[in-house]
Design a protein around this ligand. Structure first.
Ligand code: IPE
Ligand code: IPE
Ligand code: MG
Length: 257
């Protein structure tokens, strides 16, 4: 069987793919295992998908690894996830460097235990010079947290005379989000059958194509990624215009969000 990869139009790749990696717990429980067993296997999928995106030449990959709401899970699961995170980063930094991948983190780093924050900061520093793919981990992240933080900083800047309220535009707001260095995702994938956003990139996903699959995250591999990209490439992105207008336009005239 031919790989789906060959069917992908490399000239029409999304620049930025965002993934809600969901279903680790169910995957484990379906096998009579503990939820943490699912998270451990989820790491194999992360490795596989990071590699798959890098091979294709995707510029930005954002992975939703832990939401602010996930802090309310049972303590043993939260601790297990933090340990897994630190362990994985320690093991993978070398591979990231070898593949010229730069790590970024978005989220409320103050919530993380000290040892996790230290490990992360080190990895950010070590990979800071890499110029290939940008791997953005959403950790202790939620959109509403991010928007509240943005509002706070905007208010401070207005108070201190650094920002004129009348001059605030959509672009200004974008500059106050943790995602300011990155283009908005064109494709958002959620695994494991849930059809919701769960507080992920609410602002940035305004015009993203959404792709949902029943595949649980620990089963998600490159072929599943290719399927999602092919589905994305089959869609017409209209940005509010009519289909006829889009078909007259050359691709380079499409607005980029
Ligand atoms: C996603 O899998 C990973 C995290 C949220 C950390 P889940 O742990 O949400 O798995 P399900 O949805 O309960 O199956
Ligand atoms: C979203 O998954 C967060 C991550 C994948 C990190 P959840 O499993 O926490 O989302 P809900 O609770 O089903 O909405
Ligand atoms: Mg879940």
């Amino acid at each position: 069987m031919d790989s789906l990869k060959e069917k992908i139009d490399l000239n029409r790749l999304p620049r930025h793919i965002a993934i809600i990696m969901d279903g680790n717990g169910r995957w484990a429980q379906e096998q009579g295992q503990d939820r943490l067993y699912g998270h451990y296997h989820g790491v194999d999928s992360v490795r596989n998908i990071v590699e798959g995106c890098a091979e294709l030449g995707i510029g930005y990959l954002t992975l939703y690894a832990f939401s602010t709401e996930n802090w309310d899970r049972p303590e043993y699961e939260v601790t297990g996830l933090m340990e897994l995170l630190v362990d994985t980063i320690r093991k993978e930094v070398e591979t990231l460097n070898k593949n010229d991948i730069r790590l970024h983190v978005i989220g409320d780093m103050n919530m993380l235990p000290d040892y996790a924050r230290t490990e992360l900061n080190e990895a950010l520093e070590i990979t800071a010079g890499n110029r290939g793919m940008n791997l953005i981990m959403a950790l202790s992240y939620s959109s509403r947290w991010e928007l509240a933080e943005a509002a706070k900083q905007i208010a401070r800047d207005v108070r201190d005379g650094r920002l004129d309220p009348e001059a605030i535009t959509q672009d200004t707001l974008q500059q106050y989000l943790c995602t300011r260095p990155f283009p908005d995702p064109e494709l958002m994938i959620r695994t494991s059958g849930e059809h919701r956003i769960s507080n992920f990139l609410l602002y940035q996903l305004a015009y993203a194509e959404l792709y949902f699959t029943n595949t649980r995250w620990p089963d998600f591999r490159k072929e599943n990624l290719y399927e999602a990209i092919l589905d994305y490439q089959s869609r017409e992105r209209r940005f509010g215009k009519t289909s006829a207008q889009i078909q007259q336009d050359t691709p380079s005239h499409h607005p980029t969000f």
